[in-house]
Design a protein around this ligand. Structure first.
Ligand code: SF4
Length: 274
């Protein structure tokens, strides 16, 4: 994402004015390469709150939240949700995936502060499912056992934003559902919500309600969509006969590596779709 330009202050002003005038939205998500690196994030949050956003979410790797004074400023300004990247269920694996020594310890320290001091704040964990993280999915849920603040886990099946899986991060469907289903079951048993993105809908059974591919309205550099289109979503040999309206099928990069999975994918009838 390093080639993308940040959303301008003028565009943000337009969003705030629209919210003040007509309240079209309930919440706003502040995100970026790493939005907590912006020195003015607390001021941005406060402006969103003053414009009338009820839910203000910061999407982050979580490492800055261990600075209690900074976390306090964000919460006082109006943040009431943190969407935190958790790549694995333990320190060694998380640090190996992020390639940042200490990233797990700092992220966990921030979540501990939220857990102990901010009962009004919720945490949603976000795990991108890759060949490096797929075995870790149940561990992600287990790592936050007993945390009041962690209300939801999201699992986003990796899409490479290009036609080739250059880093070999796509997970073959044959290895995907066992750990994913174990994580979903554990999260539901803990009373948490789950959202899964970019997994073929026909791989689910009666748990398919967790598949939520819809995204909030996105205000971002137009260049983002060039890469997004290179994913080639909706590739599926059964697309023309499948009744799913939610499914994104496979990506071009996936099919190039693993084939079209014609025997594994099963078109849905109108009676079984979401
Ligand atoms: S058959 Fe294809 S389009 Fe239908 S749910 Fe499965 S992957 Fe999605």
């Amino acid at each position: 994402m390093s080639q993308l330009q940040p959303t301008s202050g003028e565009q943000f002003d337009v969003v705030l004015q629209a919210q003040k005038d007509k309240r079209p939205w309930i919440g706003i998500v502040l995100t970026g390469a790493e939005v907590t690196l912006r020195h003015d994030l607390p001021e941005i949050v406060a402006r969103a709150r003053d414009a009338g956003f009820e839910r203000i979410r910061v999407q982050t790797h979580g490492m800055q939240l261990q600075r209690h004074a900074y976390l306090d400023r964000l919460v006082a300004a109006g943040v009431n949700e943190f969407f935190v990247s958790v790549t694995a269920g333990n320190e060694a694996k998380h640090d190996a995936i992020t390639k940042v020594a200490g990233s797990w310890r700092r992220m966990r320290a921030g979540l501990e502060l939220i857990e102990r001091h901010y009962p009004q704040v919720s945490v949603i964990t976000n795990t991108v499912i890759t060949s490096e993280s797929v075995a870790e999915l149940p561990g992600v849920v287990a790592a936050f056992q007993g945390y009041r603040s962690v209300v939801q886990h999201e699992f986003w099946n990796f899409f490479p934003m290009e036609e080739i899986d250059l880093k070999s991060l796509c997970v073959p469907l044959s290895e995907l559902m066992l750990p994913l289903r174990a994580a979903i079951t554990a999260a539901h048993a803990a009373g948490r919500l789950v959202e899964v993105k970019n997994v073929p809908e026909c791989l689910f059974d009666d748990d398919r309600a967790v598949l939520v591919n819809k995204q909030p309205q996105l205000i971002i550099d137009d260049a983002f969509w060039i890469g997004f289109d290179r994913n080639g979503f909706h590739t599926c040999p059964h697309r023309s006969v499948c009744a799913s309206s939610e499914c994104l099928g496979l990506t071009t990069a996936y099919v190039r590596r693993f084939g079209d999975e014609a025997d594994r994918l099963r078109p849905l009838s109108s009676a079984t779709k979401l």
